[in-house]
Ligand binder design. Structure first.
Ligand SMILES: O=C(O)CCC(=O)C(=O)O
Ligand SMILES: [Fe+2]
Length: 368
């Protein structure tokens, strides 16, 4: 494999631009017929993966591989997070309804170098502000106090800086129990993500602990998101270019995403034949989707699928994604098993945090 030094210094910035161009092409181009199209998203029962039997874990890993090479999305059940998911979605609703605008403004994202804090509707855009995004969000990220392992004391930020917690928390007196609720959700999800990452390793015929040393102080950005009700509900697939949208079409940037969603549909994913497929709520299910790092490691074998959110209902919709990353100071470089002479690496190596930082910067005018 090529050494990092053989690529331009700002390869990570170039990679972010490439990903944006890919997205634009994907949205405009005529549908691909070579890739498998899909109508529904598989549900994978995770329970056997907690077994001490390697073959039981491998059986789950095989289902994960099948989903990642075709759709890039799947639901997991049997994860043990049912109650916490419910409580976290309630906490999301409380954040947006109980906190005054003044309190939200005190923790406004513009004060954060690392995209943390409260984000009002239309503040950021995944599509160059061609569509107004109505989502409203609260963003936070890793801090050792939220990690059940306590971390390894080496956490670095997106840009590689060793700084203490950069999160902007709301005033507890206005929303009592918020931090504790977030901590319970974050810690449990982080451990589930580490478990899933071992299954991803197995799914790629790698040793189960292949990625372990890369997730000792991992990136794990999370968001509470609120989507306002639709004033003019339209059937699936209808969204005109200049219209409001909940969240513009995009791929996620990190290893993979774990998404809680309430009982209202809204998440839609782009099938290779150009149709949008609903990835609505499934009883007890958490959505998992492949993001760009896994696509890059696997040389495109695992699909980082384009998705968006359109709330077509007359109710508020709440969701909570965690974007699980490796340690931000680690490199993402195509796996040797996924390249050959006939199939060279399509993706130059990148530094995890800097890639995420560049992609986030693209969503806010003047930041990139
Ligand atoms: O709200 C959702 O259902 C999906 C959110 C999402 O795709 C994201 O924040 O990257
Ligand atoms: Fe996403």
């Amino acid at each position: 494999m090529a050494a990092v030094a053989s690529y331009p210094v700002d390869a990570t910035r170039a990679a972010a631009l490439d990903s944006q161009r890919y997205l634009e092409t994907r949205l405009k181009s005529t549908p691909t017929t070579s890739a498998v199209s899909f109508d529904s998203i598989p549900i994978i029962d995770l329970s056997p993966s907690f077994s001490s039997s390697l073959s039981a874990r491998q059986a789950v890993a095989r289902q994960i591989r099948e989903a990642c090479t075709t759709i890039g999305f799947f639901y997991i059940t049997g994860h043990g997070m049912e109650l916490i998911s419910q409580k976290t979605l309630e906490l999301a609703e409380r954040f947006f309804t109980e906190l005054s605008q003044e309190s939200k403004d005190k923790i406004h994202m513009r004060q954060s170098k690392y995209f943390r804090g409260y984000e009002p509707p239309s503040y950021s855009s995944l599509n160059n502000f061609t569509q107004k995004e109505t989502k409203e969000a609260f963003n936070w990220a890793y801090e050792a106090a939220l990690d059940p392992t306590g971390g390894d004391g080496k956490y670095v930020e997106l840009d590689g800086a060793s700084v203490s917690s950069q999160n902007l928390w709301p005033d507890e007196s206005e929303i009592p129990g918020f931090y504790e609720g977030i901590k319970e959700y974050y810690g449990t999800t982080m451990q589930l993500a580490r478990h899933l990452f071992r299954l991803f390793a197995l799914s790629l015929d790698l040793p189960e602990d292949y990625f372990d040393s890369m997730m000792t102080h991992p990136g794990g950005m999370c968001r509470l998101i609120k989507y306002k009700p639709s004033e003019n509900p339209k059937p699936l697939s209808e969204v005109s270019e200049d219209e409001e949208i909940g969240l513009g079409a995009h791929t996620d940037y990190e290893c993979f995403t774990l998404l809680l969603q309430d009982s209202n549909p809204g998440l839609e994913i782009l099938s290779p034949d150009g149709r949008w497929i609903s990835a609505g709520p499934v009883e007890g299910g958490i959505v998992v989707n492949v993001a760009d790092f896994l696509m890059r490691w696997t040389n495109g074998i695992y699909k980082s699928t384009v998705h968006r959110v359109v709330n077509r209902t007359d109710k508020e919709r709440y969701s909570v994604p965690m974007f699980f990353s490796i340690n931000y100071d680690e490199k993402v470089e195509t796996l040797p098993s996924c390249v050959s002479e006939d199939n060279p690496s399509k993706f130059p190596p990148i530094t995890a945090g800097k890639y995420v930082m560049n992609r986030l910067a693209m969503t806010i005018p003047g930041k990139f």
